[in-house]
Structure formats: C-alpha cells, structure tokens
Ligand binder design. Structure first.
Ligand code: MSP
Length: 647
C-alpha cells in the first residue's frame, strides 16, 4: 500500500521528529532526524500537499533538573537557553518546521492535563480502570529516564550512560498496557500502524512475544514536570508528558477542529531513532487507543550512527556539533552529507574523510561542475539566453526520458521514505547528464560553428539541470534556489512545483540566465575561506581595553557560607568588599565545604546583573579555575584589603 492511499484525505501530512532533551546541546544525531523530516516535508509540499512539520524540545524530568542544578540555574532558565540552541541550529540548517513545541509551554501542559484526565476516567473493554495506583520498586537510570532491569546492566552500570542506576521505591500510577497489547499488535501486523523498515516492524512484534508489562505514568520524587490533575503529589512520567507533544502542537484539548484536521484528517508520520522504538511503536498507540484517538499511520525507525566506529558520546569527546560541519561545508552540503552516509533506516558510521570525499565527488565535481560548465557555454555562445532546441536526436530523447522517469522514481521512493534511494536517483541523473555533455562535446560544436546542434545540446543540458534543481530542492534548498535563479527563475518560482515542472520543456528558450558562481567550491578553496571566517570570528570575540575596563572585579572576603536547600551543587555566600556586603550563589558545593570558606579571599565580578537562582538573588560571580572535574577558587598572591580593584 502506498502511504498516500487509505481512507483518509489524500495529501495531508503531519510529519514529526522526536522532541529532543534540552539537557544537551544539539548534535548531528539530532540533526540527522530533523534534516530527514525536513526533506520529507519539503517533498510533500512540492507535490502541493498540505504538510504540518513538527519538531521541538523535551524539557521536563530529572535529567533536565539535574543539568540545571549543575549549571547553577533554574530548570526553566536551562530549558529556555538550550531550547534556543536547537532553534538556532535548525535555522542554520534551513529546517522548515511549521511549529516548534516545548513541553514547558502552557499549551502543551494543558493538553497533557486533558489527556491524563481522559486516561484516568477511561475503562478498558473489561470495564477495568485504565489507570490504577500501585507501588513501584526498581532500578532507574536518570540518563535514560526509565526503569531498567538487572539484566540490562553491564558490570552494574547502565550500558548507555555508564552510570549505576538508582534504586527507587515509590507510589506510582500505572497504565494498563496489557489491555491494549492485543489490539496494538494486530494493528501493527496488519500495517494499520505501519512500521518501516520491515525489520523494525519485526523487532516491534518480537517485543510483544517477549512480554510487556504495564508501565508507570507518574513519579513521586520528580519535581520538574506536569502535575497529575488527579493527584497533585505526583508528576507525569517524562515520556507520558513528551509523547503527547504530537497532539498538543496541533490543538489537542484547545482547538478540536485543527486537531481533527491534522490527526485524523490526514496521515501521521513519526520519524524516530531506534533508541525510542518501544515508546513510540507500542506505548504511544496504546495511550491513544485508551484516550479514544486514532493511532499513527506510519512510524519510520531509522538507525543509529557511530563516529569513526565509536558510539558518539560526551564521555568519549567525539560529539559532532552541526555548527562545525556547517562552517566547513555550508548548510546545504551538511544536510546532503549527513543523509547520504548510509541508507536511512540502517545503522552506519560517520567518518570525516568520507564526508570530504563525498563533498568533492558528488557536490563539487559532479553536480556543481555540470551546472557551471553548461551555463558558461550558454553565456559564451548565446549571450546568456537559453537557446531554442531544434532536432532532438537519439541521445536527447534518451536523456529526456531519463529525466522524466527520474522525477517519478524519486517521488515514489520518497513516498516510502527511502530517502537515500531518492537521492541516488537524482545523482544518477546528474551523472548521466555529465556523460551526455561529454559525449556531445558542445565546445567542439561551438568551434565547428554548428549552432543548430549546439542549441539542441545546450537546451537539453540546461533543461535537465532544471529538472535536477526541482528534485534537489528539498535536500539542498538554498543551492537549488540559487541554481534556479541563475536559470532565470523569478522569486516565486525559486520554490519549484511538481505539478508544473514534472514534464519536459518547462524552461523557456530566450530566458536570460543570471550570474554564474560555483555552487559547491572544491573543498580546498572552501576550507581556506573557513579559516578566514574563523579568524574573523576570533577577532569578533576580542574585546577592547575599554570593554574590559567595564568589568568591575574586586577582591572580596567570604563572611559566611551555607548550602542551598535541595541543590547539591550550590552554596550561598555572604561576601564583603570595601564597605559593601553582598549575597551570591555559586556552584562550588562539590568542591568546597561551607565551613572551609569563611574568611577566604576571593575574586568577585561585582557589576553583573542580579540573577535569581533557586529563589535567591545572586549579586555577583566569583572566579574559579576548572579542569576536568577539578575546581579551585581564584584568590590573591599576597594579603590585600577587600574592595581592592582588579585591573
Ligand atoms: N526526548 C526523547 C524523545 C521524546 S519524543 C516524544 C529523546 N530525546 S533525545 O534528545 O535523546 O533524542 C533522541 C533522538 O535523537 C533519536 O531518536 C534520534 O532521532 C536522534 N539521535 C540521537 N543520537 C543519534 C545517533 N547517534 N544516530 C542517529 N540518530 C540519533 O529521546
């Protein structure tokens, strides 16, 4: 079955990415799914289909609260700051999302509350309550935000986070998953909930055979979360809060019409990594069924990649920040390179050298070069006007047929979320066109003065390049638009339309082409540019003596120090410098005991804007040096009176 078939309205899609945890900055793993979802959304838009592309950040739970505490700021401050990092990264990568959901948004919290109430009052087919209270005792990994069993541990540690789990016993509310398992299993087996690739469907079905237990939907000891409406002493389990982002963002609980339009009035496609398969393929459909809602139409589970053969992780120091790739390759090439390292759906490895080679071979040589040599020939021989073709010969007819066929093939692949096969087809057309140009050798035709044949060859080449710009647009939107601009398209036409452009002959002879610049300069030249840019950036970060003089650093003396209640890492210090006394909050409790601090000389930045940390107003910042996990306070070399200015 094609995903555009089925009983729902054709051509309306809700396309989602997972919402990413804000305890971390965006890395290329997050970028990978988000770029894929963007490419998919753009292809659907090209077909003229209504598309709602949703992404966002997952902001509740102990993982985020702990990261905030470590940073010495409130959880909300951490969420605001880090959520913005994701938006910035998506802007740089030209991600065309329609909505950015945050689980700390009131609208989302409200929707989760509505859903929780619905689940709480729901009864299963046997008339039993879907949500029941019980006691849970088990091992919990904060990194995974889930309970894990002894058999999951490796040497007593969570294998993903290399940390020992906590043991927890608490009152929890449970979701009666058992009541919905047979139906979810049936829906998956019959492809009513379609899971791609096929092996991930089988993996999901395997989980039913292993047995699945009811899961707890609340936490007693977590403070940073959505309060259960039926028991204010509990917070919603972070996954029970996160999964409903897919419906809160489209109006669940506050805009029934909008919600219906996107949830049941079209196809719902979730793109996820294989790490979160169980939550999405089993728990989420079960929750939806219990709440009386439709289940998702398609879950595409992609693989995980390693970096140079190793798992990407902070502890290994090999996390790749998308900014670094964008700086080196540019935004479009980063999108292209990340998607083309290995087939979407399988696991793979990312290697820097391979990225470079692929950039040079596919983008600089094959595609960029094709565009510039054809356009240059048009400039030189026809004063920059697209020539009128004359007699199409066998070679032209073949290339035309290939171009039209490639359009069909690419859209068919994308329909099945076979993104790599789609891109491969585009590149095949690029290579065929290069071969056609080599074979017909228009430079020789120009030399021989065969204008008639030259017109036909250059029109055919330029028109195939136009088809390539249509197909490449969702993958490399900026460069494809630039190429289209050079081909003479006006602003409105820079975003192509499949309906208008799927056939041969859309490019009008006589159109004036624009200025030709290299679309993807070869890496060595580009790298030089990147070095210049990073020098400029360094210069931008340099500050003048005048700017430095604005910072009012003083020698200060600690009068008292005490722990901040409920915060492992924070100390509240009363300090004195000159005539003035101040209170500051500092994240040094893991390195200094309060009793060791009184009387100590410290260096204080005094003219920092006050900040509220854990409800305490902090008026200044002390200086400390840190390396690895070690932290020491800066002090003076000899005795000097508090209040002395540092210059
Ligand atoms: N917050 C949850 C998801 C809730 S969705 C209702 C979460 N967040 S996460 O920040 O950990 O992001 C996980 C997702 O990031 C993966 O499912 C995948 O989409 C992406 N990836 C993270 N690392 C990756 C790789 N190394 N390789 C490929 N994708 C990766 O889980």
């Amino acid at each position: 079955m094609s995903i555009s078939e089925g009983e729902n309205v054709k051509g309306r899609y809700l396309i989602t990415t997972p919402i990413y945890y804000v305890n971390d900055k965006p890395h290329i793993g997050h970028a990978y799914t988000t770029i894929a979802a963007d490419v998919l959304s753009r292809f659907h838009r090209l077909k003229g289909e209504q598309t709602f592309f949703l992404t966002g950040t997952d902001e509740h739970g102990s993982k985020v609260a702990e990261a905030a505490e470590k940073a010495g700021i409130s959880p909300q401050q951490l969420c605001d700051k880090n959520s913005q990092f994701f938006r910035n990264a998506w802007q740089e990568l030209n991600i065309s999302y329609d909505y950015f959901v945050r689980t700390t948004d009131q609208r989302h919290i409200q929707a989760v509350t509505v859903l929780l109430n619905k689940l709480f009052s729901a009864k299963d087919q046997k008339g039993e309550k879907v949500v029941y209270s019980g006691e849970y005792s088990g091992l919990y990994c904060v990194g995974c935000e889930k309970f894990i069993t002894e058999k999951d541990l490796v040497d007593g540690l969570c294998p993903s986070h290399l940390k020992p789990p906590q043991s927890l016993t608490e009152k929890n509310y449970f979701f009666r998953l058992s009541s919905y398992l047979p139906l979810v299993q049936k829906l998956i087996s019959e492809d009513k909930i379609r899971i791609l690739p096929e092996e991930k469907k089988n993996e999901t079905l395997g989980l039913f055979k292993q047995g699945l237990e009811d899961f707890s939907i609340s936490r007693e000891k977590v403070t940073w979360g959505v309060t259960l409406p039926f028991d204010p002493s509990q917070k919603a389990y972070v996954w029970v809060d996160a999964l409903p982002n897919y419906i809160s963002a489209i109006g669940y609980g506050d805009n029934p019409e909008e919600f219906k339009k996107w949830w049941s009035g079209g196809k719902v496609i979730h793109l996820i990594g294989k790490d979160i398969l169980k939550f999405h393929n089993i728990y989420w459909p079960a929750m939806l069924l219990a709440a009386g809602e439709k289940t998702p139409d398609l879950l595409f589970v992609h693989g995980y990649f390693t970096v140079d053969g190793q798992k990407m992780g902070k502890s290994l120091g090999n996390v790749i920040d998308p900014h670094r790739l964008i700086e080196k390759y540019g935004s479009d090439a980063t999108r292209y390179l990340l998607l083309t390292q290995f087939p979407f759906g399988q696991d793979g490895d990312i290697q820097e050298k391979r990225l470079e080679n692929k950039y040079n071979s596919d983008l600089a040589n094959d595609f960029g070069n094709l565009a510039s040599r054809v356009l240059k020939l048009i400039k030189e021989n026809f004063s920059g006007e697209i020539p009128e073709p004359e007699d199409y010969q066998k070679e032209e007819k073949e290339l035309q047929a290939q171009a039209v066929d490639t359009v069909r093939k690419v859209f068919d692949y994308i329909e099945e979320i076979s993104i790599n096969q789609g891109i491969d087809e585009i590149l095949k057309l690029v290579r065929l066109t290069n071969r056609y140009v080599d074979k017909t050798a228009p430079w020789n035709l120009a030399k021989a003065g065969d204008k008639s044949r030259l017109r036909t060859v250059l029109y055919t080449s330029a028109e195939t390049i136009r088809v390539i710009s249509l197909l490449f647009y969702p993958v490399i939107p900026q460069k494809a638009s630039k190429l289209r601009e050079t081909l003479g398209f006006k602003e409105k036409e820079l975003i192509p339309s499949l309906e208008k452009e799927k056939d041969w002959g859309y490019l009008k002879p006589g159109t004036k082409i624009g200025e030709i610049t290299a679309l993807f300069p070869r890496l060595s030249e580009k790298e030089k540019k990147a070095v210049e840019i990073s020098k400029e950036k360094k210069m931008e970060n340099q500050i003048s003596i005048e700017e430095f003089a604005k910072l009012d650093f003083r020698v200060a003396k600690v009068l008292e120090a005490e722990r901040v209640e409920g915060a492992k890492k924070l100390l509240k210090l009363k300090v004195e410098f000159g005539e003035e006394k101040r209170e500051i909050v500092a994240g040094i409790a893991e390195h200094y005991k309060p009793e060791d601090l009184s009387g100590k000389t410290i260096i204080l930045l005094t003219n920092l804007k006050p900040a509220r940390i854990r409800g305490i107003e902090s008026n200044g910042m002390l200086l400390a040096a840190s390396e690895g996990g070690n932290l020491v306070l800066l002090t003076t070399d000899k005795e000097i009176n508090p209040g002395a200015k540092i210059s």
